[in-house]
Design a protein around this ligand. Structure first.
Ligand SMILES: NC(=O)C[C@H](N)C(=O)O
Length: 330
């Protein structure tokens, strides 16, 4: 029988109603009591690592989760991490960079309603996660939610309340899970030896452009942060019109050694800075990167992971465009 470890971190799935609203409080062993018959299909142990709303998740928690999995990696066949949905896509991206080439499933799941409510998605999501973890030939970091397994670098929360809260962005859904029936659409290539990374540089700024914004915001950002992801418009580009010239600000930012990534506010299909003058000029004149088909979550966290190792533009660039856990295909 396979041996699973369920690691709980909090989130709605583990929440109860307090006088200040929903807050995590249910122990992982009590969550298991809602899954009738699970003991007949696997051995499952639990560990409470954190007990927080995922709004409170910080990069330091990703280091904690990674370090914990590293310590117990050889003792289990699969890991299920229960986590709040709000920042689950950041954590699934982070674990994708911090635990590379795992030969076992590491699955994040959670719910939109607490497990102890009459109407809840928590029990299904947990059961689906267990079924997917036990199925043959599954390895890697995934989000399992509402009957779908999504590659860890491709997940995004797209609904605040509905049960179908996650989508796979710019990549097919890895598998559909319906009870014991699992339809896998993405094959798992054989994984190499697992590698753990426990360094993260957390100070990345995400700037969302809007017409009217003053470019001197980049002076402030450049003083405080060594990396910035700019969510620009459409396929990507920065304003260079005289009144508010963002492009010329890149001169001083990159001269200071700051790493700049241009991404898009549009969720699907990614950037292509070569198409329009606003993008082409940015890439031609400055040492900046573009996020291509990566999700915003992955682009930010990938930069944190890279800058935990190096801040040299050439090395950052090479790692940024390297495919890790299917995060980039262009
Ligand atoms: N559905 C949820 O889990 C939302 C909750 N605020 C969290 O992310 O922890």
């Amino acid at each position: 029988m396979k041996k699973l470890l369920m690691i709980s971190t909090g989130g709605t799935i583990a929440s109860t109603l307090t006088e200040d609203g929903l807050a995590p409080g249910i122990k992982p062993e009590d969550m298991l009591n809602y899954l009738n018959g699970v003991e007949n299909i696997c051995k499952i142990e639990t560990h409470e690592l954190l007990n927080i709303d995922s709004t409170n998740i910080q990069p330091e928690h990703w280091i904690e989760i990674t370090g914990f999995i590293k310590r117990v990696y050889n003792d289990y066949d699969a890991f299920i991490i229960t986590h709040g949905t709000d920042t689950m896509a950041y954590t699934s991206a982070a674990l994708s960079y911090m635990i590379q080439n795992p030969d076992k499933p590491i699955i994040l799941t959670g719910s939109q309603k607490p497990i102890n409510m009459d109407t809840t998605d928590a029990r299904k999501n947990l059961k689906d996660s267990i079924a997917y973890a036990l199925s043959e030939d599954v390895a890697g970091i995934y989000v399992v939610f509402d009957g779908k397994a999504i590659i860890g670098t491709r997940a995004r929360k797209t609904k605040t309340k509905s049960f179908d809260a996650f989508e796979s962005i710019n990549y097919p859904i890895a598998a559909f899970i319906d009870g014991k029936r699992i339809a896998k659409y993405v094959r798992n290539e054989k994984k190499g030896p697992v590698e753990f990374y426990e360094n993260i540089y957390p100070n990345i700024f995400l700037l969302k452009l809007a017409p009217g914004m003053q470019p001197d915001v980049l002076d402030y950002i450049g003083d405080k942060y060594e990396g910035v992801v700019i969510e620009s418009y459409g396929v990507g580009g920065l304003p260079f019109e005289d009144r508010r010239n963002f492009q010329e600000k890149l001169e001083s930012l990159t001269a200071k050694g700051r790493i700049v990534v241009i991404a898009s506010q549009v969720m699907r299909e990614g950037s292509d800075m070569s198409i329009y003058e606003v993008g082409f000029k940015t890439m031609k004149n400055y040492n900046v990167l573009e996020s291509l088909d990566m999700t915003i979550e992955s682009a930010i966290v990938k930069l944190m992971w890279i800058m935990g190792q190096t801040k040299e533009f050439k090395e950052v660039k090479e790692l940024f465009y390297k495919k890790i856990n299917e995060d980039i295909i262009y």
